[in-house]
Design a protein around this ligand. Structure first.
Ligand SMILES: CC(=O)N[C@H]1[C@@H](OP(=O)(O)OP(=O)(O)OC[C@H]2O[C@@H](n3ccc(=O)[nH]c3=O)[C@H](O)[C@@H]2O)O[C@H](CO)[C@@H](O)[C@@H]1O[C@H](C)C(=O)N[C@@H](C)C(=O)N[C@H](CCC(=O)O)C(=O)O
Ligand SMILES: Nc1ncnc2c1ncn2[C@@H]1O[C@H](COP(=O)(O)OP(=O)(O)OP(=O)(O)O)[C@@H](O)[C@H]1O
Ligand SMILES: N[C@H](CCC[C@H](N)C(=O)O)C(=O)O
Ligand SMILES: [Mg+2]
Length: 487
């Protein structure tokens, strides 16, 4: 593709060199540059991409998109100066990959919790309805059923557009993706055309990056501000930031709620550990999910499907066939009669929500044993709060390890325990080895009890000192259940 064609949507301040040359690729990382590539120099949080221009040229870059022109120019290289490479990168990437989002019906999901759940359920539902689909999510990316491992919730703009373009080539009609606040703020989604956007909820998270809650909220809101008028925006009327998200959007706004009147509303008629009976917009439906927050998630899915033109009756049938997303409130029934629930809750708020969900079903008829830890080299402030949340709604708590990374596991556990007073400590034991922690919970559990195993969800590793050792909460449970069967 000609360099000139990549620049149609950006306004360069200055161009030095030939823009008629062929470009064979675009990249923001000098280490990935190959012959004939355009290198985009980004000012990041750790380093400045301008420092790697020489390296990029050495590896074969023939054009550089940058903010600060160099002291000296290299012959044969085209320099395109822009005000902000961050603003340009998405537009250039999407032009290079043939504007894939214009050839797909792209729906994005943002909010603190529920993004993976909603995006994955939409992908599962639309495939079940016979459509070819793609999915970009924290757990894994999919092009139809081809899995492409994910490092991020939302990939960088180059990988993102490359994946969308693969979806187009594979004949996908729909793509569902998570839009993290980091990605919106860093304009990884710049230049994409969204048919619809969904908002889940907003609670304290990622303040290490955004600094203030307001910045965090504004990052999410920017997604809705950028929608076009033929798009739809579905927001959660039960969240106090729900209406703020959509106050400046040009898109058609729809609301969902489990508490008040909304375009899409639901109430719970009955619940048990394998599912709930709901009334959705006046129609009864059985779903294979538990927890009030999952009713919100399902309503968002229902609303999106209806806005995408599906018949509401068909959507309800499809909804009833869906089952829990890998590691998200996923129930496992022990031969000994207790239930273990594997969930990805790794924040105080998520723990509170999951434990609420468990108590809604348990209704005082059994005990709750929680196994949880906190990740190393991440927000330390959440550790004591997570322990407090676990203790508040559990009869027994086992504090254990969750990706210690480069920290000492016992130090992380101690940070968690520091949140508890003597009375709370009576409910708690700490076991560094996560497998032993889970085994102990299973030994303590009686018929009718529930064990919550929180924090790792779909993860199949334990990250210790830079090495990811295979570890899967669900496999550990299976092993324990197999040995229970032998007894
Ligand atoms: C804090 C953050 O979000 N960082 C993201 C950001 O990197 P950065 O701004 O820090 O980049 P940098 O390391 O300073 O480098 C600046 C530039 O120099 C380039 N460079 C650097 C070194 C070199 O040798 N050559 C070179 O060209 C880099 O490629 C980059 O373009 O832009 C990169 C490209 O998009 C991301 O990969 C990177 O994600 C880092 C690894 C990360 O951990 N991000 C997390 C926090 C994140 O994005 N999480 C969200 C949400 C998760 C959730 O909801 O839980 C996600 O979407 O996954
Ligand atoms: N609508 C919701 N409201 C509150 N909590 C939720 C909701 N949906 C899911 N959760 C909880 O949050 C956890 C994470 O859910 P999910 O992975 O769907 O969210 P996410 O927004 O993709 O998170 P991440 O930012 O970590 O990728 C779940 O394991 C569950 O405990
Ligand atoms: N997106 C989150 C996931 C945390 C999952 C938990 N298992 C941990 O390692 O802390 C993060 O990287 O902070
Ligand atoms: Mg996610």
């Amino acid at each position: 593709m000609k360099l000139q064609e990549l620049l149609y949507d950006i306004k360069p301040i200055q161009i030095i060199g030939d823009v008629e040359k062929e470009v064979t690729g675009v990249n923001i990382d000098s280490r990935k540059i190959e012959k004939g590539h355009l290198f985009i120099a980004m000012k990041g949080t750790q380093t400045d991409g301008h420092a790697y221009i020489a390296k990029a040229i050495e590896l074969g870059a023939t054009a550089i998109l940058l903010e600060d022109m160099p002291q000296q120019y290299t012959e044969g290289i085209t320099y395109i100066q822009v005000e902000s490479t961050e603003d340009s990168v998405g537009k250039v990437a999407t032009a290079f990959y043939g504007n894939p989002s214009h050839h797909l019906i792209l729906v994005g999901v943002t909010g603190t919790n529920g993004k993976t759940t909603i995006a994955t359920l939409l992908y599962n539902m639309f495939r079940r309805m016979g459509h070819k689909c793609g999915l970009l999510s924290t757990v894994c990316n999919y092009i139809e059923d081809k899995a492409v491992p994910a490092d991020h919730t939302t990939p960088d703009p180059i990988e993102l557009n490359a994946l969308l373009s693969e979806m187009v080539k594979a004949g996908c009609e729909y793509a569902f993706m998570e839009c993290s606040s980091h990605a919106i703020h860093q304009k990884r989604i710049g230049g994409l055309k969204f048919a619809g956007a969904l908002f889940t909820n907003l609670t304290r998270d990622h303040l290490d990056y955004h600094k203030t809650f307001e910045n965090y909220r504004n990052a999410k809101k920017a997604f809705f501000d950028g929608l076009s008028k033929d798009a739809f925006a579905i927001t959660n009327a039960d969240d106090k930031n729900g209406m703020i998200m959509v106050q400046n959007t040009k898109a058609t706004v729809k609301t969902y709620s489990i508490r008040t009147l909304a375009d899409f509303s639901a109430k719970i008629l009955e619940c048990h550990f394998d599912g709930m009976e709901l009334e959705v917009n006046g129609k009864e439906v059985n779903v294979q999910f538990i927890g009030k927050f999952n009713v919100s998630n399902l309503l968002a899915v229902y609303g999106a499907a209806v806005m995408l033109g599906k018949d509401p009756e068909d959507v309800l049938v499809a909804l009833s066939a869906l089952h829990s997303v890998n590691g998200r409130l996923q129930p496992f029934h022990s031969p000994n009669g207790y239930t273990a629930i594997v969930d990805y809750a790794h924040t105080p708020d998520a723990l509170e929500n999951v434990l609420n969900a468990i108590h809604e079903v348990l209704n005082g008829k059994g005990h709750v044993i929680t196994v949880c830890g906190a990740g190393g080299n991440r927000d330390k402030g959440k550790r004591p709060l997570m322990a407090q949340e676990a203790v508040k709604q559990s009869d027994k708590v086992i504090i254990t390890s969750d990706n210690p990374r480069f920290e000492e596991p016992q130090d992380i556990i101690n940070d968690m325990l520091a949140g508890l007073d003597n009375k709370q400590m009576k409910k708690v034991i700490s076991i560094v080895d996560r497998k032993e922690g889970i085994r102990t919970a299973c030994m303590l559990a009686q018929k009718g009890d529930v064990i919550l195993i929180a924090g790792k969800g779909h993860e199949n590793y334990q990250d210790i000192k830079g090495v990811k050792h295979h570890f899967d909460d669900k496999e550990v449970l299976q092993e324990i259940f197999d040995s229970e069967k032998e007894d």
